[in-house]
Design a protein around this ligand. Structure first.
Ligand SMILES: Cc1cc2nc3c(=O)[nH]c(=O)nc-3n(C[C@H](O)[C@H](O)[C@H](O)COP(=O)(O)OP(=O)(O)OC[C@H]3O[C@@H](n4cnc5c(N)ncnc54)[C@H](O)[C@@H]3O)c2cc1C
Ligand code: FES
Length: 303
């Protein structure tokens, strides 16, 4: 565990889980004390950077750190993958945002994480365990090389069902099949929490619906201000319109209109493509041959 010596948003630890997924442990004692499972932060990695929402994947009040697990999918996350090294600082972190996950009094729960969703479901699995529940973890990855945090989950789960798409570790299949296996082994499951890509959460909600098991999902619509003002993160829950940043991000999976969410997530594809292309081009231009004079550097986190 990293030890914190100052109060800036310095990156005190980094681990790369694959060529696209990396973990940052960031010094922020107040955030670490205030954070609750299910909440998120809005991060700016440098002064001219985009503000992006990221789930608080873990927090340690004693060490004064919060943990972020990031998938490099577009311009900002790829830039962070390049620049956010140990010792650098993030420019700003706002939060904790969102309503903490309602952990309730369920005696037996299934916590499901698909791919990157494995990280944000961890604080919930630990929270349920601390509240005395029997916790079954279901974790899904495309293949064994992408597995991370298995040990962390084994430490807080009574049972762990590992799934890989190609069968290279654990059971072959998707997490929704892992959920069905847990349901067939345990008739008394009271709640399922599923976090991951929208299609995965939809599949889990579809799997539990016939059994009438309460199923909570964490939605990731495009967010701008994170304060309920801009309307960017509008989601349809049953016959109601909600704003994920202030009303969520956790919602009843049986009520979520996933088709609407998927359409809204695709709205800025062209702009995102252009931004990434420009960033890649910029990186290519700044790749300096050995011995050449460095004129400028990539925009980087302060510090
Ligand atoms: C509550 C919440 C928690 C999240 N937690 C995590 C996390 O822990 N780790 C992680 O890697 N990602 C997380 N995301 C998604 C992350 O915010 C996006 O991947 C990131 O903003 C993409 O920015 P980009 O410039 O790299 O890519 P872009 O090319 O700009 O976008 C790639 C895709 O990311 C999504 N996206 C883009 N901008 C936003 C935005 N402002 N808000 C939300 N989604 C956006 C869209 O689906 C888009 O198609 C979370 C999103 C939300 C809403
Ligand atoms: S991000 Fe603007 S209303 Fe939620």
């Amino acid at each position: 565990m990293a030890h914190v010596t100052d109060f800036r948003y310095s990156i005190v630890a980094r681990e790369d889980y694959s060529d696209v997924t990396f973990m940052l442990e960031v010094c922020h004692p107040l955030m670490a004390r205030a954070a609750r499972p299910g909440q998120f932060v809005i991060v700016m990695s440098h002064a001219d950077g985009e503000r992006i929402p990221l789930t608080i994947a873990d927090f340690d009040a004693e060490a004064g750190t919060v943990t972020l697990v990031i998938q490099a999918v577009g311009k900002t996350t790829k830039e962070m993958q390049r620049t956010c090294r140990v010792g650098a600082e993030l420019y700003g972190i706002a939060g904790p945002m969102g309503i903490p996950s309602p952990l309730g009094h369920a005696k037996k729960v299934v916590c499901v994480g698909g791919g990157l969703g494995v990280a944000p479901v961890f604080p919930q699995a630990r929270g349920f365990k601390e509240a005395g529940a029997y916790v079954i973890g279901v974790l899904g990855f495309r293949n064994r090389d992408l597995i991370f945090w298995e040990d962390k989950f084994r430490a807080v789960c009574d049972e762990l069902i590992l799934c890989t798409d190609d069968g290279s570790a654990g059971m072959k299949g998707f997490v929704s099949q892992g959920v069905l296996r847990a349901i067939s082994d345990h008739a008394d499951i009271e709640e399922v929490v599923a976090i991951g890509p929208p299609l995965m959460m939809k599949a889990c909600a579809d799997a539990t619906r016939p059994f009438g098991i309460k199923t909570m999902v964490s939605l990731n619509p495009i967010m701008v201000d994170g304060t309920g003002m801009c309307g960017g993160c509008r989601v349809k829950i049953g016959d109601k319109v909600k704003f994920a940043c202030v009303d969520g991000p956790d919602f009843d999976g049986h009520q979520v209109d996933f088709d609407d969410l998927l359409v809204r997530l695709r709205r800025y594809k062209e702009e995102e493509r252009v931004a990434l292309e420009r960033f890649n081009e910029d990186c290519r231009m700044r790749t300096v041959p050995e011995g050449a004079k460095v004129v400028s550097d990539l925009p980087r986190a302060r510090g």
